[in-house]
Ligand binder design. Structure first.
Ligand code: CU
Length: 297
């Protein structure tokens, strides 16, 4: 009987581990398509947490189900269960296991964060041989000093300046498989730089220039959002982000440089110029948008 129980427990644990691993692999598809090497790292961490969480969830649910099925009181038995207290072995087990899990999660997260090294102020970690295939594709081009792109945010617009070409745009174009270097600046309140596909989110604090570095690795069009509520037209603060092949990127820059600078079309500005025509007019629209950025494109 004892051997039978141990075999049953082994099967149960095996099934849980398999199911949790399967769900952890599924978790890669739950987030928007990953478009940076950093996003791949975050994907591994997310999958790892889903796997561990599923093991804990199924383990606890399995124990509950087992108790309900096999240790249920009979219908006419109103008596209490035996009062068991003080089991040193059990107490050590349920203290040590969570501690080990938390240490595992903490060190894994720290390791991922180190490998991301997205902030210029953090010591750059030496990239050893990575499991992620994205790193294998990063050739010597990654070693070139990336162009610094100035990101200026205000109520309620984004603009991106490429100093080498003296180009300013409402679109953010980035070359694929090169480490890009953004300098984030806010002209008024706290905003946040957030591209879900990049898995990177950075607060932008007024009177500070905040460096942000990452490596886009998937050509495509993505959406930049403001992750901090910044006033009335905050919801309109999106911008298109293009990850281009090097050729397309240079072509875009060269073409944009030929265009004369004009004030950008700005949704906040146009919304503000036509306040709601409802009879109940509140003063909600009194904060005026800042002047739209002057851009080449
Ligand atoms: Cu904002």
């Amino acid at each position: 009987m004892r051997n039978f129980n141990i075999a049953l427990l082994a099967i149960f644990v095996g099934a849980i581990v398999l199911a949790s691993h399967a769900l952890g692999q599924q978790a890669y598809n739950w987030l928007p398509v990953a478009a940076t090497t950093e996003a791949d790292l975050v994907g591994h961490l997310f999958s790892f947490l889903v796997t561990l969480g599923t093991i804990v969830f199924l383990g606890v649910m399995g124990m509950l189900l087992y108790s309900i099925l096999f240790y249920r009181a009979t219908k006419n038995d109103p008596s209490d269960a035996p009062a068991i207290r003080g089991n040193l072995k059990l107490e050590i087990t349920w203290t040590v296991i969570p501690i080990l899990l938390v240490i595992w999660i903490a060190s894994y997260s720290y390791n991922i964060y180190q490998r991301m090294s997205i902030l210029g102020s953090l010591p750059l970690v030496h990239l050893h041989i990575m499991e992620a295939p994205a790193y294998a594709e990063m050739g010597s081009s990654d070693m070139q000093p990336a162009e610094q792109i100035e990101v200026v945010v205000k109520q309620w617009s984004w603009s991106f300046r490429y100093p080498s070409q003296n180009v300013t745009s409402t679109e953010l174009h980035l070359p694929v498989n090169q480490r890009v270097h953004l300098m984030l600046q806010s002209k008024d309140v706290v905003h946040g730089f957030y591209v879900p596909n990049f898995r990177i989110k950075q607060d932008i604090i007024p009177n500070q220039t905040i460096p942000l570095r990452f490596t886009p690795n998937r050509i495509g069009k993505y959406q930049l959002h403001d992750s901090q509520f910044s006033g009335t037209y905050f919801a309109l603060m999106t911008a298109d982000v293009y990850v281009d092949s090097p050729e397309t990127y240079n072509q875009w820059l060269a073409e944009a440089a030929t265009r004369p600078p004009v004030p950008a079309v700005n949704l906040a500005k146009s919304e503000h110029s036509q306040p709601p025509k409802t009879p109940l007019r509140s003063k909600w629209h009194t904060v005026s948008p800042a002047q739209p950025p002057v851009v080449n494109k």
